[in-house]
Each structure stands twice: as C-alpha cells, then as structure tokens.
Design a protein around this ligand. Structure first.
Ligand SMILES: *[C@@H]1O[C@H](CO)[C@@H](O)[C@H](O)[C@H]1NC(C)=O
Length: 312
C-alpha cells in the first residue's frame, strides 16, 4: 500500500515538475566619467563590480577611458567577483563632437545568458538626419535562448542634456532604421535620456516621436528618481520597448532604478563617488522548462526499487 502511493507520488513529481528558468536582467548605467582615476579607487570599483554583476546585460555610459585600461580592469574585477559566470564586453568607438570630450558605449554581458549576434554603429549622417546625436547609438543584437523573447536588440543613448528633445525625437528614426535593417521588432531603447526636469519640458513632449508614436512602452515611471543626489529627483534614465510582443515578454512592474546607496549602505558622499546616477533595470521573462516525463518515469522506477530494497 505504502509502496504504491510512493510510486504514484514519484510519477506525479516526475511529470509535473516544471522549473521556471530565471528571468534575464537588462540594466543601463551612467557611470559618470568612468576612466583611469575612478578605476584606481578600490571601494568605487567594488561597488561598480557588485552593481554590474547583478545584470545579465549592462549598458555602461560615460565611459571616458582614453588609455583603454579601465574597462578591462572593471571586467576582470567582475569576473573575479562572480566566478560562477563568465562576463565579456563589446564597446563602441569613442564618440563625440569634439576631440576633447568623447564617450564610449560598453555592454557587459554574461556569456551563459546571451550571445552577441550583431553590432551596428549608427552613422553620423544619414539622409534626412543631419548629425542629430552627439553620441550616435551603438546598436547590439543579442540572442537569449533562455528567455521568452529569444532575441532582442538594444539601442543605447546618452543624450546631450541641452539637445535632449531633439535627440530623443531622432531616436525614433534609429528605431525604424534598425527595424528594417535587421527585420526585427524586438527593440529596446535605453540609457540616460535626460528625459525629465529642465531638459525635457512638458510642452516639448508633443514634438518627440519616441513619446507620441504608437507601440512604444516607457517602462520607467514618470515619478521615478534615477539620481543619487538627495537634492534632485528626476527620471533621466529610461527603458523603452517597442511592440506589444516585446512588452508582453517583460516581467510586469520590474523596471526600476537600483538604489545602490541604500542596498550597500553608503553615505550620499560615498555613493556620489560611484556615480550621480542610479542604474535602471528591467527583467525579461525566462522560458519555463519542463522536466521530460521520461525523467519522471525513471525517477519513479528508482524510488520504487530503493523502497523495496529498504523494506525487504
Ligand atoms: C545640438 O545640436 C546641434 C545641431 O544638431 C549641434 O550643432 C550642437 O552642437 C548640439 N549641441 C551640443 C551641446 O552638442
């Protein structure tokens, strides 16, 4: 009697065990002038490492690494800190209108979560678009087999504050361009858009197609504070997804800033040494994995055998 109920139990476990794959975390972080001098501060590097190692893919902005050593140092630090995963990076060229001020976009990603399947530097001048950006988007396509969406494209942007309205509007052209070029609708735009407070006035929002056009989902709520300074409260950093299919592949309400000051118990001053921005993040739904019923049957058979050997 007991052995048959055990058998039944094992079969049920085998057949019904459904293990949800974990969700994929995509982040965007303005590191506020990340270069040689920041990379020499060990406490700052530890915070940056912990912040970035939370993410499956993390877009870094304001990388100002003219000696080209700081990013490698950060990547090494992340790989040492989280030895369970392997992290790699893809970086844009140094971008900017003046020689003296240039930034790179860098994506740090876990190789077990995503693979890079395409890279595209949006050009300075396209017909009908006379140099809209200070830092043209460095667009990267990722394959993510463990997620519901399976493949997606990230379009980064760190706007110039005083030109934020125009640059955000022009991002819509980038969206259409990439959609056509790669024949995909799975597009996410993310970064420090400066999309709030003095840089994006309410009355100008009607001129921004990234806001007015249909099918765009702004995931970071309007009232969010993505700034570290206690004296400011602005939703500068944003995540926007295109299309209903992509929006359904996002874990509801998961888009938010990561308040590392509170999480790591830092003072405002210590946090500001890391950056004046919080990272923003969103979760993409993981694919549910079903344990095959063959495994279930096998499991049941062994439990049955073991039970009989024990009760012999
Ligand atoms: C703002 O955009 C205009 C025209 O695209 C450009 O000439 C100007 O340099 C930009 N301003 C800044 C601060 O980048």
């Amino acid at each position: 009697m007991r052995s048959s109920s055990l058998l039944l139990f094992s079969v049920l476990v085998g057949v019904c065990e459904v293990q949800a794959a974990s969700d994929l975390r995509v982040c965007a972080f303005n590191l506020q002038h990340f270069g040689e001098s920041k990379s020499k501060k060990s406490k700052v590097m530890l915070s940056l490492t912990r912040i970035i190692a939370r993410c499956d893919v993390c877009l870094l902005q304001e990388v100002r690494d003219s000696k080209e050593k700081a990013v490698q140092k950060l990547l090494d630090s992340i790989n040492r800190y989280d030895s369970k995963h392997e992290y790699k990076a893809v970086a844009s060229e140094r971008l900017g209108r003046s020689e003296s001020y240039q930034e790179q976009y860098v994506f740090i990603y876990r190789t077990g979560s995503v693979t890079v399947t395409g890279q595209y530097q949006y050009p300075d001048n396209l017909p009908g678009d006379v140099d809209a950006f200070s830092r043209e988007p460095f667009v990267v396509r990722f394959k993510a087999p463990k997620t519901v969406i399976k493949e997606f494209v990230l379009i980064p942007q760190h706007t110039t504050p005083t030109n934020a309205t125009k640059e955000l509007d022009a991002l819509y052209d980038v969206l259409l361009h990439v959609k056509k070029m790669w024949k995909t609708e799975n597009l996410m735009l993310l970064g420090d858009f400066n999309a709030d407070c003095g840089y994006l006035a309410k009355k100008n929002r009607k001129n921004v197609r990234l806001i007015t056009e249909r099918g765009l989902y702004w995931l970071i709520p309007e009232k969010t504070d993505t700034t570290v300074r206690e004296s400011t409260s602005c939703a500068y950093d944003r995540i926007v997804v295109y299309g209903e299919r992509f929006s359904r592949a996002v874990v509801p309400s998961s888009a938010k800033p990561f308040n590392f000051q509170r999480e790591y118990k830092l003072t405002e001053e210590q946090a500001l040494e890391v950056s004046d921005h919080y990272p923003v993040e969103v979760l993409l739904k993981g694919k549910a994995l079903r344990v095959s019923s063959n495994v279930g049957t096998l499991l049941a058979f062994f439990s049955y055998l073991v039970f009989h050997m024990l009760t012999w």
